[in-house]
Design a binder for this molecule. Structure first.
Ligand code: ZN
Length: 255
């Protein structure tokens, strides 16, 4: 069973298209939320995701853009993008976003080798909480019911692992920031994992390329990927939409 794991697409159609193209074949698509907000193509992104995602948890931007939450905790740039997104989304897409489940989601598959993982946007203990470091990761690693939890929200690819007194931060190692790249993490028995596939549409780990991950339950591996996309078209579309200039500029810096 191969699951494509995506997070934080943020209305970036070109990045999502490049990821779907690079991902090859998969049996399930697990989507960790924040499909909209910041980017200029929220309806186009939702059309692709709604047709293909097996499971989706909502993100904080999804919640605010569809009117279920307030944008008062957002910075002014994020707030103005959320307002633009709310006005641009179709009524049908707004309804779909409002009906999304809040994480954590218990994802179980009865494949020949049964697969059981947890899906969350922020922390599995709190959908709005960021897991940036081992201190943030400690409680969720102890308390989630499954050995593997996928999360997003920080836009930083990698994660955390723990077995007894062995604690590890996971940072994919790539050769360069050009072209496509992948890094494989073997899943070890008895180890607990918090895995962040990174952000498809607005990476913040100083690598501008779209990020995603594949979970292969047969080989017991997480394969992290980075893939270039048509950044110029994304930026042009954002400027034409009248979204804040800072939002298109930051994409090139990967922050
Ligand atoms: Zn996000």
């Amino acid at each position: 069973m191969r699951a494509l794991v995506l997070s934080d697409i943020h209305g970036n159609l070109e990045a999502l298209a490049a990821v779907l193209d690079a991902a090859g074949t998969w049996d399930a698509l697990w989507n960790l939320g924040d499909m909209v907000g910041y980017g200029a193509s929220p309806n186009e992104v939702l059309a692709l995701i709604r047709a293909q995602a097996t499971w989706t948890v909502r993100g904080n931007h999804d919640r605010v853009c569809c009117g279920l939450g307030s944008s008062r905790h957002f910075n002014p740039t994020a707030r103005s993008a959320a307002k633009w997104t709310a006005e641009t989304l179709t009524e049908e897409n707004l309804e779909w976003l409002r009906a999304l489940p809040q994480g954590p989601l218990d994802a179980e598959l009865k494949t020949p080798i049964p697969v059981h993982v947890t899906l969350a946007h922020g922390s599995p203990l709190n959908e709005d909480q960021y897991i940036h470091n081992m201190r943030d990761a400690w409680a969720p690693l102890q308390q989630t019911p499954t050995a593997i939890t996928f999360f997003g929200h920080t836009h930083i690819q990698g994660g955390f692992a723990q077995r007894d007194h062995d604690w590890q931060e996971l940072h994919p190692l790539y050769h360069s920031r050009k072209g496509s790249d992948m890094w494989t993490l073997p899943i070890e028995p008895g180890m607990r994992y918090l895995i962040n596939p990174g952000s498809v549409g607005q990476p913040r780990d100083f690598d501008w390329r779209a990020a995603f991950a594949i979970y292969d339950s047969e080989t017991s591996e997480i394969i992290y990927h980075r893939v270039p996309y048509d950044l110029e078209s994304t930026q042009k579309r954002m400027l034409e939409a009248g979204l804040p200039r800072r939002l298109s500029a930051r994409l090139k810096e990967g922050r």
